[in-house]
Design a protein around this ligand. Structure first.
Ligand code: T4K
Length: 435
């Protein structure tokens, strides 16, 4: 069916004055303020009046260049380049250098935890954390997460056991966790998906009742809080990813944070091959070290983090307002009484929406809006898990349903309010059953 008439109430983009603060996109190599990756040229937007204006139906795309989910937030160029220059002058590039140590101290202080053990990426951080906790046998995790959560276990021949999620929160459902416990279960890895906290208290109660170790994959949760306390101090340890696509990045990077002195010491050894001083290996280990240049990026981005949050929050509110008038689409809410990083703009497509989720993504891609289907199809539907547990989906109905319904939209400092309204206008036409 083809849509008729102009889409109303969406403020279809035309690049006009929207009354909102404009970001210029000027590169701040002089270090004036926060770096914008690349501003989208407002003049390239088209007005969408009907299905005929959609690129998927043959019209030119709304955006001349791809708009990515996960465009990096990059802090002040000048300060970063100064740090990079200092590193080159110092001749110290890695192996627990002074910048990495400063980074660890700053992160620990920011999060209010005793230890930050910086790593080369979030996946290695997960592997080291689970190993340091001596997890083995079976460990309960959500399937609705990035594959690294499960792979970090499987890589060590620990069996990830997938528990279902609460469809309202997209996080582990404690009752489902409880149902998956067996005599082989040694731990639970909760994920704070989209930066919204897992049901920490309930998982703590289950872990304590069944003598299980509890840790969190907080890859999405840097700068987010639960009951006013920043994520990082819950469970026995929490793992962050500082990948380029994350709200806060160190190019590649990650960290395990913990209040447990013994655990922190063990993880420091493990990330450096188990070396304790020259020529003395006292533990099996790997190479999980964070490079100095990554830590320099982290220190720089930490200084500009408030700007990143403000931009993301503004984008999120623009999306929420623009999509509120589209029947059948809802933007996942963040609890405004908590701290959030608003890094993920997650839209759920109702079953009655006239266009499938996959078709929505195709239509957006045709407009150069590279929306993503995170975390479809769920880990249990990917290898090797799909072959290991072909019937896992039977106990994961909410995971399957949510994974079929979610579209993640682009945000970040490169995106302007009128671009967001343009994206919403595409969705508005699709709501008319336009393709
Ligand atoms: N646990 C959870 C819950 C996670 O979400 C992740 C990572 C991990 C653990 C593991 O942490 P790390 O080991 O990665 O530190 C991306 C990221 O690569 C991955 O780090 C992240 N989760 C996941 C949610 O997203 P892909 O497969 O979507 O990446 P890719 O290459 O398609 O990039 C995503 C978008 O970002 C693209 O549209 C391009 C854009 N992009 C990407 C990069 C790297 C840029 O604009 N600039 C860039 O530099 O996984």
């Amino acid at each position: 069916m083809k849509a008729k008439g102009v889409v109303r109430g969406l403020g279809a983009a035309g690049g006009a004055n929207d009354g909102l603060p404009k970001r210029t996109g000027a590169r701040n190599s002089e270090g004036a303020s926060m770096k914008l990756v690349r501003d989208v040229d407002a003049t390239s937007y088209k007005v969408i009046r009907s299905a005929a204006d959609l690129a998927i139906n043959g019209a030119p795309p709304m955006f001349a260049e791809p708009i990515h989910v996960g465009r990096p937030n990059i802090g002040n160029h000048k300060r970063f380049l100064q740090r990079a220059s200092d590193i080159l002058d110092s001749g110290w590039l890695s192996n627990n250098g002074p910048i990495a140590q400063e980074f660890e101290q700053r992160i620990a202080a920011f999060l209010g935890v005793r230890h930050c053990v910086a790593m080369c990426n979030g996946t290695i951080a997960l592997e080291i954390a689970t190993r340091a906790l001596e997890l083995k046998g079976e460990v309960i995790v959500p399937s609705y997460t990035f594959i690294a959560t499960a792979h970090a276990l499987q890589w060590q021949e620990i069996t990830p056991i997938f528990a279902d999620i609460d469809p309202a929160t997209h996080n582990l459902d404690p009752a489902a966790v409880w149902r998956m416990i067996t005599p082989r279960t040694t731990g639970i890895v909760g994920v704070h998906l989209w930066g919204r906290a897992s049901p920490v208290k309930e998982l703590e109660a289950i872990a304590s009742e069944h003598n299980l170790r509890l840790m969190f994959d907080a890859s999405h949760g840097f700068g987010c809080s639960l009951d006013g306390k920043l994520l990082g101090g819950f469970g026995e340890c929490e793992v962050f990813s500082f990948h380029a696509t994350k709200f806060f990045n160190t190019f590649e990077g990650g960290a395990v944070v913990t209040n447990n002195d013994t655990l922190a010491e063990k993880m420091r050894l493990m990330r450096n091959f188990g070396f304790s001083g020259y020529d003395n290996v006292i533990y099996p280990g790997t190479n999980g070290k964070m490079a100095e240049i990554a830590a320099a990026m982290g220190l720089t981005n930490l200084e500009d983090m408030d700007d990143f949050v403000a931009t993301n929050r503004h984008n999120y509110q623009c999306y929420r307002d623009a999509i509120a008038v589209v029947p059948g689409l809802s933007v996942l809410q963040y609890d405004e009484s908590e701290r959030n990083n608003y890094q993920y703009v997650v839209v759920e497509v109702a079953p009655y929406f006239p266009v499938t989720r996959d078709r929505i993504v195709e239509a957006l891609h045709a407009e150069n809006v590279l929306a993503r289907k995170y975390f479809w199809p769920g880990c249990h539907n990917m290898e090797p898990y799909r072959s290991y547990y072909p019937h896992a989906g039977l106990v994961l109905p909410n995971t399957n349903r949510v994974a079929e319904r979610v579209v993640v939209l682009p945000t970040g400092s490169a995106l302007r309010a009128d671009a967001i309204r343009g994206i919403a206008s595409i969705l508005g036409v699709l709501a008319l059953g336009a393709v």
